[in-house]
Design a protein around this ligand. Structure first.
Ligand SMILES: CC(C)(COP(=O)(O)OP(=O)(O)OC[C@H]1O[C@@H](n2cnc3c(N)ncnc32)[C@H](O)[C@@H]1OP(=O)(O)O)[C@@H](O)C(=O)NCCC(=O)NCCS
Length: 221
């Protein structure tokens, strides 16, 4: 039996004109760990507290790479059809540029996904963030038949908020959080299926098989 037959979501791929999302193999993971370790936040930007997801900022190699890998593999170790998070490598023009995540809880009931993403510093600010979010929204709405996609960003994260704004998300309240010992405002955003303007012409999928759908807790087609 092949690994992808044992763990079918490994075979999911999304391709748009600008971006390909795929589940990274070990070589791609090494590239991503390198990008993560180089830092994904601008150290000069004091208004952007780092999201403590993987805790790999501010530690030297190879611990930074290891923390990224631990975060990545933990998502698979924790996988349940009723609660999962799938991390795709984003490939733009033949280069691996960052990570695009999609996750859900009790998807067959909620029909809601949440997304998160980051790009290597050198790839930021050139449209890739929008391209990868657009690709994952195609997967969510066109392949998984989601009704809603949620995301969140610090109120000072203008790039992330810019991606959401450009794709038609609506504000969905705020929350006050602690980050790096500071109080920060988080902006919650939602894109409902009725507000999703994406067109299918531009996007193809692979690997969304009945077996993968079962792992994702998607209702049978
Ligand atoms: C957030 C991130 C993924 C966005 O990707 P990006 O490639 O930098 O953003 P894009 O170039 O695709 O820009 C998307 C939109 O936001 C706008 N935007 C980008 N950076 C901006 C900034 N600093 N200020 C204001 N608007 C900005 C762009 O103009 C564009 O809008 P438009 O299509 O209407 O012109 C990327 O910057 C990143 O990885 N940041 C560090 C990690 C992070 O913050 N992750 C998100 C945590 S919530």
């Amino acid at each position: 039996m092949l690994l992808v037959e044992m763990w079918p979501v490994l075979g999911i791929r999304v391709r748009t004109r600008a971006m390909e999302l795929f589940v990274p193999d070990l070589d791609a993971l090494a590239v991503l760990a390198g990008l993560a370790a180089e830092g994904i936040y601008d150290p000069q930007n004091q208004y952007l507290p780092r999201t403590p997801v993987g805790g790999w900022e501010d530690v030297p190699p190879p611990e930074a790479q290891r923390r990224f890998l631990r975060y990545y593999w933990a998502a698979f170790a924790d996988w349940r059809p009723e609660r999962w998070n799938l991390m795709f490598a984003a490939n733009a023009g033949g280069e691996i540029v960052g990570i695009q995540e999609i996750g859900a809880q009790h998807f067959s009931v909620t029909r809601t996904v949440s997304t998160g993403s980051w790009l290597g510093r050198r790839y930021q600010g050139t449209g890739y963030g929008k391209a990868m979010r657009e690709a994952i929204l195609h997967l969510a709405f066109d392949a998984f038949h989601a009704e809603r996609a949620d995301t969140a960003a610090w109120a000072t994260n203008h790039a992330s908020l810019g991606v959401s704004r450009a794709l038609g998300y609506q504000p969905n309240g705020t929350a006050t959080r602690a980050a790096e010992g500071r109080r920060v405002e988080q902006v919650n955003l939602t894109l409902r299926r009725s507000d999703w303007r994406g067109s299918q012409d531009d996007c193809t999928f692979a690997g969304v098989t009945p077996e993968a759908c079962e792992m994702l807790g998607l209702p049978p087609a």
